[in-house]
Design a protein around this ligand. Sequence first.
Ligand SMILES: Nc1ncnc2c1ncn2[C@@H]1O[C@H](COP(=O)(O)OP(=O)(O)OP(=O)(O)O)[C@@H](O)[C@H]1O
Ligand SMILES: [Mg+2]
Length: 246
Amino acid sequence: MTILTVTNQKGGVGKTALTFHLAYLFARDGVRTLLLDLDPQGNLSRSYLEDTPPEAHIRLLFENQMPEPYQVAPNLYLVGSDITLSKYEADAKLENFFRVRTFLQEMNPAYDIVLIDTPPSLGLFTSNALLASERVLIPVDISHYARIGLADLMESIEKVRETTGSRLSVLGIVFSAVRERLRFFQAFRRDLEQRYPGLPFRTFIPESVRVREAISRRQTVFEAFPRHKVTRAFEALYQEIKERLP
Ligand SMILES: Nc1ncnc2c1ncn2[C@@H]1O[C@H](COP(=O)(O)OP(=O)(O)OP(=O)(O)O)[C@@H](O)[C@H]1O
Ligand SMILES: [Mg+2]
């Protein structure tokens, strides 16, 4: 079972859209996929359902209960979230950092892959995800702040590794919603490649209103716009991601 967290403490960089599309692709290929929505905004959950069923709520972990993943599509299961999760955010007692890790260890049956979507912060919920994961996928936008934020995130990942002796490592950096003029983007990409050799993916996700349109219909671009450029980009990125997974 591979546990992959999609994270970046910067908001609106495409974490949820990426998780949503990767989940579709894994499930499409017959991979038993579990999604954990660790964001009290509940955006990922709402991409599938108006309301997460109470027994499938991630909040239960912080109430000493086991959520029951809810099937949202063939091969695809969700433990969802909404704003009611936020009441646990400030409860930073030690055991609360290991809720997701314990859940995934005790969960039955096992899944082939677990994808975890995180909120835009490095707080309790993102820590839970990192402490439970082996690999991290980092979507970035093309900005100066992205560079600074990425350094902070890399440091957090290093800290988790050092303090817990985990095998956590970065699977890769994804350029999402790229709309900058190509030359500027290429310079940014070269810079990140120098700082983090081998981490940036070759494929980038272009900005396209089709992504928003599809998600607002609770569909991926694969279902809504199968021949669009952004759809091909998600597919190519998925192939690259699979090459980096065991
Ligand atoms: N490639 C894209 N092109 C255009 N819009 C996109 C693209 N990817 C994501 N979006 C849109 O941009 C907005 C932010 O994306 P998303 O919610 O995935 O980011 P996020 O990092 O999860 O945000 P948050 O930090 O708030 O959780 C959403 O409205 C989403 O539909
Ligand atoms: Mg999100």
